[in-house]
Ligand binder design. Structure first.
Ligand code: AMP
Ligand code: ZN
Length: 156
């Protein structure tokens, strides 16, 4: 099948299930972006990471510069640049991502105390890695801090 990419080109995508791909074949500029993408490299094991959880659709690992005692990044294995590129066809994948978020919270022991889930989109939000990811933050209160997790980084 063919899907439209974020920049309007066609890409050939082989899907293995309703929630997205484990086997994805992409062409042209899109492939170059993925080959340069640090999170795609982490998923492939080409860059080391501190893994917390993994399944067919999602990879979760500790943030290298944590803003809280628990700071895990939950990342779809499919390369999607940001939440802005999500469409209805990703609804099953989003369900898988949030199942993984909640599993990560249980693994890290913050499911009872609570946690914050953040995704940054674009420059003003401070998105620094252009591969969709959800920060799972916990182990400290965030009550009066609605800013991005990075804003609290200096103190933690
Ligand atoms: P954002 O600023 O929302 O795009 O988040 C990107 C996050 O990725 C930041 O919190 C970084 O600390 C984190 N990060 C960047 N490189 C790595 C890496 N190699 N391993 C783990 N986390 C990373
Ligand atoms: Zn990527």
């Amino acid at each position: 099948r063919q899907d439209n990419t974020a920049d309007g080109r066609k890409e050939n995508v082989r899907r293995s299930g309703a929630a997205g791909n484990i086997s994805i074949k992409q062409t042209g500029k899109r492939r170059d972006i993925m080959e340069d993408c640090i999170f795609c490299k982490i998923i492939k094991g080409e860059i080391p990471s501190n893994k917390v959880f993994e399944n067919e659709y999602v990879y979760a690992f500790r943030d290298i510069a944590p803003c809280a005692p628990v700071h895990v990044l939950v990342v779809p294995k499919k390369h999607i640049s940001s939440a802005m590129q999500l469409t209805q066809k990703d609804d099953a994948l989003l369900g898988k991502i949030f199942e993984a978020v909640n599993e990560v919270a249980r693994i890290c022991g913050v499911d009872k105390s609570g946690y914050r889930v953040v995704t940054n989109v674009g420059r003003d939000a401070g998105q620094s890695v252009l591969h969709l990811h959800f920060h799972v933050l916990g182990g400290r209160p965030f009550m009066n801090d609605m800013s991005t997790p990075n804003a609290g980084c200096e103190e933690h």
